[in-house]
Design a protein around this ligand. Structure first.
Ligand SMILES: [Zn+2]
Length: 478
């Protein structure tokens, strides 16, 4: 298994790190800040993280994976105050963030993320490890207290021979400190580790260096502390996240971890590419800001969006357009039509030579082990699908194995395809009887009834074949 590693700007092969199939890989992925619905750019990142976990497992590794939920920061606090002005600050925060976390988890499930193979940790439940890490940074002389907050001291960190700027080139000219969690310019700033309490905000007590510092963690410290506290190794093997988090978030995570422990944080930092909408950055002001809910409301299957993201390398930019989603939905419809064949027992059965499924799946697994090349894996799959002659299906045992194994790699839900119902089957039989009696008027009536029930019928030498209409092109937008 090899991955693009931002720390070296090269691919890193896990075997170079002494990790071979059977060994445990530790993986930390930056999760969402739960103050709103996540947008489709975030979802692309979380799908890529899911592909990473699935395919580490497929490549034979044991995976110990964690994702955080940022449920305390500037944005969650502001949102909770507008949503629940009647509640106390801590209650309001929990109320707001749990609600958006539930929506997030349901979005993840809808886009095929396997939530059983990683652990979710909430920032508000890990304040202890964050405070311990801040205390260690302080002890090493890389932090200072100012106006009730604690800041990371970049000058002292650099003077001690550490490098700030492992992921990007950093401009060291301005040296002001900053207490916002997010800032754009690649400027080295003393960033906040712990924010002193503000009136009306939730807070935790914190005794540091003889000072009482009631307050809350800065965003960056959350991930450093939760990664080490929950993965129990250092360095961890892989840290993943969206490319928009590279600076300052990930750069600060590295500095904090080295500042606290003197040891490197992670062996691989891998970043998933941006998602653009019609070639532009998503923004509320451009009216091109979409959530999964928006996509579903336009008649698209959530897994069509997943398939769209798999059609690009996880590190490249991906341009989302409604046309590209149309095409992905059509491709998903073809794959589902193929998977549905298993239920069409009148079609001829095809048994595989035992090696055929293994060979195909091996090719897909190898492609995915090469920096998650889902495009190459999909090409193998589409070639394989094209080889099935019309009027044929795989027998039940082969189908169960084949679709189960493809799902384990790609998460496209092929095994979840169900049979049609008894009413639909009866109409198909009645149409067939009418056809055989050359009563074409009746046969057409049955066809129309079946279409109203979501099925399209085509006639093969072995009898009728049905296809669900659910994934046909939705009404065009605009
Ligand atoms: Zn993070």
């Amino acid at each position: 298994m090899k991955l693009t590693n931002t720390l070296t700007s090269k691919h890193t092969e896990l075997s170079e790190l002494g990790l071979n199939p059977g060994d445990t890989v530790t993986l930390y992925s930056c999760g969402p800040t739960v103050y709103n619905h996540v947008h489709i750019g975030n979802l692309r990142t979380f799908i890529a993280d899911d592909m990473l976990r699935r395919n580490l497992i497929a490549a034979g590794y044991k995976v110990n994976a964690v994702m955080n939920i940022t449920d305390v920061d500037d944005k969650t606090i502001a949102k909770s105050q507008t949503e629940h002005p009647d509640l106390g600050p801590m209650e309001a925060l929990i109320e707001t963030t749990r609600a958006y976390e539930a929506i997030f988890m349901s979005d993840l499930a809808a886009v095929g993320v396997d939530t059983s193979i990683f652990t979710i940790v909430r920032a508000t439940e890990q304040i202890g490890p964050m405070q311990a890490m801040i205390a260690d940074i302080m002890k090493h002389g890389f932090a200072y207290i100012a106006e009730g907050s604690v800041y990371f001291d970049l000058a002292k960190y650099q003077a001690a021979g550490n490098t700030y700027g492992q992921l990007i080139n950093v401009d060291f000219s301005p040296q002001a400190r900053v207490d916002n969690d997010e800032y754009d310019k690649n400027e080295a700033r003393d960033f906040v580790l712990w924010k002193g309490m503000k009136e009306g905000e939730p807070f935790w007590e914190f005794a540091l260096d003889g000072h009482d510092l009631p307050g809350r963690p800065g965003w960056h410290i959350e991930c450093s502390a939760m990664a080490l506290a929950n993965l129990h190794t250092q360095p961890i093997t892989i840290h993943s996240g969206g490319i928009d988090l590279k600076f300052p978030h990930h750069e600060n995570e590295i500095a904090q971890t080295i500042g606290a422990t003197g040891q490197p944080f992670t062996q691989i930092f891998t970043h998933h590419g941006h998602l653009f909408v019609d070639g532009r950055k998503m923004s509320k002001s451009l009216d091109n800001f979409y959530t999964l809910e928006d996509i579903v409301a336009e008649g698209y299957h959530p897994l069509a969006f997943r398939l769209l993201t798999l059609q690009a390398s996880h590190t490249s930019e991906l341009n989302f357009s409604w046309d590209s989603l149309d095409a992905a939905q059509n491709s998903l419809g073809s794959l589902y039509g193929w998977a549905d064949l298993r239920h069409q027992t009148n079609l001829s059965e095809l048994r595989f030579e035992p090696s055929v499924i293994d060979d195909t799946l091996d090719h897909m697994t190898q492609a995915l082990a090469d920096d998650l090349s889902s495009t190459a894996a999909l090409a193998v799959l589409y070639r394989f699908v094209a080889e099935l002659a019309p009027g044929m299906r795989y027998d039940e045992e082969d189908s169960a194995e084949l679709f189960g194994r493809i799902d384990a790699l790609l998460g496209l839900g092929l095994s979840d395809r169900s049979d049609i119902n008894a009413d639909q089957k009866k109409l198909i039989a009645e149409r067939q009887t009418a056809r055989e009696a050359k009563d074409y008027a009746a046969s057409d009536r049955f066809r129309a009834q079946l279409e109203r029930r979501g099925l399209e019928i085509s006639d093969t030498p072995n009898g009728p074949r049905w296809r669900r209409l659910e994934l046909t092109k939705p009404e065009k937008i605009n």
